[in-house]
Design a protein around this ligand. Structure first.
Ligand code: XIL
Length: 379
């Protein structure tokens, strides 16, 4: 692959790897679009996304793909981009202060490569998933060295393979009492807000081809106004200082009781303002909590699907939203089982596929949202 083709592959701006015909259903009237389409093997979220110049993928871990053939086949079929759910976080990569263990990350990179899928990195700077040694080793005196070394080593290790990196994750906490809304993290305590600039500039040097992303949650609701403002402030500051940042990652952990506060107008305006800064927007961790919905499976699946539909309708109306990842693909493996269990103890059903890798109404909702999306530019 020449450099231009490689860049286009990494960022999903080529349809070279298609090999799947565009599904023709749903191009007619609204009524036809609502009709449930056939779901032949050749149809997939990956194919639907690709047909619109979008990327679709999921957070997965290599060990589950190796141990579960049905899951592995579903991920290979449905996704054209993967992100590690755990294995590229500090706690996974850094057994000691002076060593790295890339085994699990490399295993996922190899799977993505053999499937012809792109890869995202997650995440270089986060206040969670820090190894136990961190608290007793890193301090104000050495934090800059640790931050630089970690990012140079990790982003350097995967250089040329990454579509994008979540360089900084969840730096906003508007209850911190700070005017800029920055979260009280070890990195902020040791280095101040300049750790953000440091992280992005170090990542840019280590992997010049990756799209460098700031990743944040809690941006969709009426009550998210302060978080949206702080996120815009953070991004505006980075851009004004000439820091290399290319995209905002919107996590999209949605649903639950708070969903009644979904504010599509404010959310859409926010995405538009981010775009005005010259940034791309990725939906990076979409899943739908179902603990507010009835236990009845049919009703629950319809309720979850309706949330996917509403959320993606707003997000995908903006052509700068180029990538959608769900945080998992099948209900068999979801962090929400422990994070947001249902009061009635029924297994949660937040993702496009069920436990048996069968497509749910949520799959149809995502597929139809892709189908309805305006085609993204291909270059
Ligand atoms: C979660 C994983 O899904 C869990 O398995 C892990 O125990 C904790 O982290 N926002 C993020 C992700 O950016 O890294 C989190 O992933 C979910 C919330």
């Amino acid at each position: 692959m020449d450099a231009l083709t490689r860049r286009a592959f990494l960022h999903g701006t080529t349809r070279a790897a298609v090999g799947v015909s565009v599904v023709a259903w749903g191009c007619g009237s609204e009524a036809e679009q609502e009709t449930e389409p056939p779901s032949p093997e050749s149809d997939s979220l990956a194919a639907r996304a690709r047909a619109r110049g979008l990327l679709y993928g999921a957070a997965v871990e290599a060990d589950r793909l190796s141990s579960d053939g049905a899951f592995s086949a579903a991920v290979a079929r449905e996704c054209n981009i993967l992100v590690p759910e755990v294995s590229m976080k500090w706690a996974a990569l850094r057994p000691t202060a002076s060593s790295y263990d890339f085994t699990r990350g490399d295993a996922l990179a190899a799977i993505a490569r053999s499937n012809g899928q792109r890869l995202r990195g997650h995440t270089l700077v986060w206040h969670q998933a820090l190894p136990a040694w961190f608290a007793t080793t890193v301090d104000a005196g050495n934090a800059e060295r640790f931050l630089r070394e970690h990012i140079a080593s990790v982003a350097g290790h995967y250089a040329g393979q990454m579509h994008s990196w979540d360089v900084v994750n969840e730096a906003i906490d508007t209850s911190s009492g700070r005017a800029d809304g920055l979260r009280d993290t070890p990195w902020l305590r040791f280095l101040g807000p300049r750790h953000l600039d440091l992280a992005f500039t170090t990542a840019a040097t280590a992997d010049p081809a990756a799209l460098l992303t700031y990743n944040e949650y809690g941006l969709e609701l009426t009550s998210s106004a302060a978080r949206r403002q702080a996120t815009l402030g953070l991004l505006t500051g980075l851009k004004d200082r000439g820091v290399p940042v290319h995209a905002l990652g919107i996590q999209g952990h949605v649903g639950g009781a708070a969903w009644s506060q979904f504010d599509p107008v404010a959310f859409g305006d926010f995405v538009d303002r981010v775009v005005t800064l010259g940034l791309k927007v990725f939906i990076t961790e979409l899943d739908v909590r179902d603990d507010h919905l009835p236990g009845d499976q049919t009703q629950r699946d319809q309720g979850v699907a309706a949330i996917y539909k509403a959320y993606l309708e707003t997000a995908l109306a903006r052509p700068q939203v180029t990538t959608v990842l769900t945080w998992g693909l099948s209900d068999k493996y979801t962090w929400l089982a422990s994070q947001s269990p249902r009061g009635d103890k029924l297994p949660v059903r937040p993702l496009p596929l069920d436990n048996a890798m069968q497509r749910k109404p949520a799959w149809q909702a995502v597929a139809e949202a892709f189908q309805r999306a305006v085609a993204r530019p291909t270059s």
